[in-house]
Design a protein around this ligand. Structure first.
Ligand SMILES: C[S@@+](CC[C@H](N)C(=O)[O-])C[C@H]1O[C@@H](n2cnc3c(N)ncnc32)[C@H](O)[C@@H]1O
Length: 233
């Protein structure tokens, strides 16, 4: 694995001194209006491939925010961070310590659904991670992940074909969690009053409005992509 580029700083962020308090802080970030929209979009996308009896692996599980939305039945949470693993185990979730770059072979071919959210953007060599995640799928299993906007979509399709997979869906994602909106959030008044009201009332009652804006206004500069692929053999 010598040629693999591993962004160790990112992994260190979650492994060195990543206390229980920091786990809670991470979890609370998803209460912010724009991360909340991202979360809800991801949940809606995953729901198309999830069923209550599917054998699901969330890798990395982080604070378990996705499990909060789906429940933990038939879930195996994987992560490299002891802090996150401990946090999930206290919530009675089955979790194992695994490295995205070197997952244990005993888990290969086991899962109907594998999810990897909000992580690949941090690694230069994220294609290595994707091929490792594919190995965890059983035949007909589905992998769902988000990927940086810079990805070459055509190369991605070829990569999946080479790995006996079929691209099911690729969708613009994460428009609302972009640097422009992050700047607006620095102003406490704007953040607390305006955006929260927007999320709490407007998003709750008119979710289509947000979906339509994202579809029409977002370009590839602001977006990531949500991707679903199926393993064929
Ligand atoms: C931004 S969090 C995303 C967590 C979760 N997927 C979510 O969407 O909330 C990044 C996650 O990557 C995990 N991570 C970082 N490097 C890893 C590695 N080499 N192997 C496994 N997990 C890793 C961290 O522990 C953390 O849980």
């Amino acid at each position: 694995m010598a040629d693999v580029v591993r962004n160790k700083d990112y992994t260190n962020l979650y492994t060195n001194g990543f206390s229980f308090k920091k786990v809670g802080f991470y979890n609370n970030k998803f209460c912010n209006w724009n991360k909340r929209i991202k979360h809800l979009e991801q949940v809606e996308f995953i729901r198309r491939y999830w069923s209550s009896d599917c054998y699901w692996c969330d890798f990395p599980i982080g604070s378990g925010r996705l499990a909060d939305s789906f429940g933990s039945v038939n879930l195996v949470g994987m992560d490299i961070s002891d802090g996150f693993i401990d946090f999930n185990r206290r919530r009675n979730r089955f979790c194992v310590k695994q490295d995205l770059f070197n997952p244990g072979g005993n888990w290969f071919g086991k899962f109907d659904l594998v999810t990897c959210m909000h992580t690949l953007f941090a690694f230069d060599d994220y294609m290595v991670i994707i091929s490792n995640l594919i190995k965890l799928l059983n035949v007909d299993g589905v992998l769902v992940f988000d990927i940086p906007r810079t990805v070459d979509k055509e190369k991605l399709v070829v990569f999946f074909k080479d790995n006996n997979c079929e691209l099911l869906e690729i969708k613009k994602h994460d428009f609302w969690d972009n640097p422009f909106f992050q700047c607006l959030r620095r102003n406490r008044f704007v953040d607390r009053v305006f955006w929260r009201l927007l999320l709490q009332y407007f998003y709750r009652f008119f979710p289509r409005f947000f979906v339509d804006i994202q579809r029409d206004m977002s370009d590839e500069y602001f977006c990531k992509f949500l991707v679903a692929v199926r393993r064929n053999s």
